[in-house]
Design a binder for this molecule. Structure first.
Ligand code: MRU
Length: 350
């Protein structure tokens, strides 16, 4: 199967584009139960905060389908098993907890297992559909902001990690702003961070930029200071995996370093993420759990040993950017200025 969507629900089956094989191979794998779905999330067959959330909804539908007897306790423990797959992106627990609420309400109404299954599938379909509208809205807001901030000429933009359709289901968040701006003829060049160690930029963002014929260069993270100090970048757009009430933002490791350098050189730095990536239950970024991943992602490359035998590594997959380094947070409800404390919570609740 070849499809420009990374998650396909078809004939009661879930297919995921195996992102570990990109950009060289486009292959879908079928995921048939909760265990396989959680493993696909953990092993990054599917990745990116919004897509992890959507996949988990379909995973819960598959779980319900396989049950003979349902109870609220069994539903809760299945939800907890799914949530444990990856800790940092809040979209996972956000969507799975919404599935749990749906299951609870349906069990209270004594609905059949088949009905709950179909309700979960429709819920998943709806979230994927709505994400397209939300991403389009964020792209428009980012575009208008660029016109105001940088002016009416072609822009040089920079991004970190991968935030396009592979991570978000359609269009993308930060990359959505870039691709929308390109469709309006306003993009001169894009600098895509390679995003070590998993290389989401080199493998995935470059794949997406190339598909859309957007002019781009891949850069190593260490080149940020060179690029920003030489006037090569007008603005930076990144995504988010979890945004705390005060605007502190967890995103792929390396984001915070880039934001700090951007502030030094006075380059506008924007976070683009749907409200489903906001976690206003926590006051600030100190409460965000950072996923630690395998040593081998650093000491090896695609199964080939790079570091000396016996070398170990430390591999935090995310970092937290303090809100003071963020120029603006763009969500589907508008542009939030993180220096105006309290605004973010108001926007989420509006
Ligand atoms: O570890 P990943 O690849 O699942 O990381 C998530 C991301 O894609 C990024 O952190 C991204 O910038 C936010 S999700 C659109």
């Amino acid at each position: 199967m070849n499809d420009s969507r990374p998650i396909v629900w078809k004939d009661h089956k879930l297919y995921l584009l195996d992102q570990r094989l990109l950009p060289h191979e486009e292959k879908f794998v079928e995921v048939s139960d909760l265990g396989a779905c959680a493993a696909a999330i953990k092993d990054m067959v599917v990745r990116g905060a919004p897509c992890i959330g959507f996949t988990a909804i379909y995973g819960m539908a598959l779980w319900i389908k396989g049950q003979e007897v349902l109870s609220l306790e069994k539903c809760r423990s299945a939800c907890d098993e799914m949530i444990a797959a990856r800790p940092t992106a809040v979209n996972l627990s956000f969507e799975v907890n919404r599935c749990f609420a749906l299951m609870k309400a349906s069990l209270d109404k004594k609905e059949s297992r088949e009905t709950i299954y179909l309700e979960l599938v429709s819920f998943g379909d709806l979230q994927v559909q709505e994400s397209h509208q939300k991403n389009t809205r964020m792209a428009e807001i980012g575009f208008e902001e660029l016109k105001k901030k940088v002016g009416d000429r072609k822009w040089n933009l920079m991004t970190h990690c991968n935030t396009g359709f592979l991570a978000c289901g359609s269009l993308g968040t930060a990359l959505g702003v870039i691709s929308y701006s390109h469709s309006k003829g306003m993009v001169e060049h894009v600098y895509a961070d390679e995003t070590r160690p998993y290389m989401q930029g080199t493998r995935l963002t470059a794949y997406e930029l190339q598909k859309e014929q957007i002019p781009y260069s891949i850069v190593v993270e260490g080149a940020a200071s060179y690029l920003l100090s030489h006037g090569k970048v007008d603005a930076i757009f990144v995504g988010a995996d979890r945004i705390a009430a005060n605007g502190d933002t967890a995103n792929k490791v390396g984001t915070a370093t880039l934001a700090i350098v951007a502030k030094h050189y006075k380059i506008p730095f924007y976070v683009v993420a749907p409200v489903s990536s906001f976690d206003v239950s926590i006051s600030d970024g100190r409460h965000i759990e950072i996923e630690m991943r395998a040593h081998s992602e650093i000491t090896e490359f695609r199964g080939q040993r790079v570091a000396p035998l016996g070398a170990i590594s430390v591999n935090p997959s995310f970092d937290v950017t303090d809100h003071s380094f963020i120029t603006g947070i763009i969500c589907e409800k508008g542009l939030i200025d993180p220096s105006r404390q309290g605004d973010l919570v108001k926007v989420v609740k509006s």
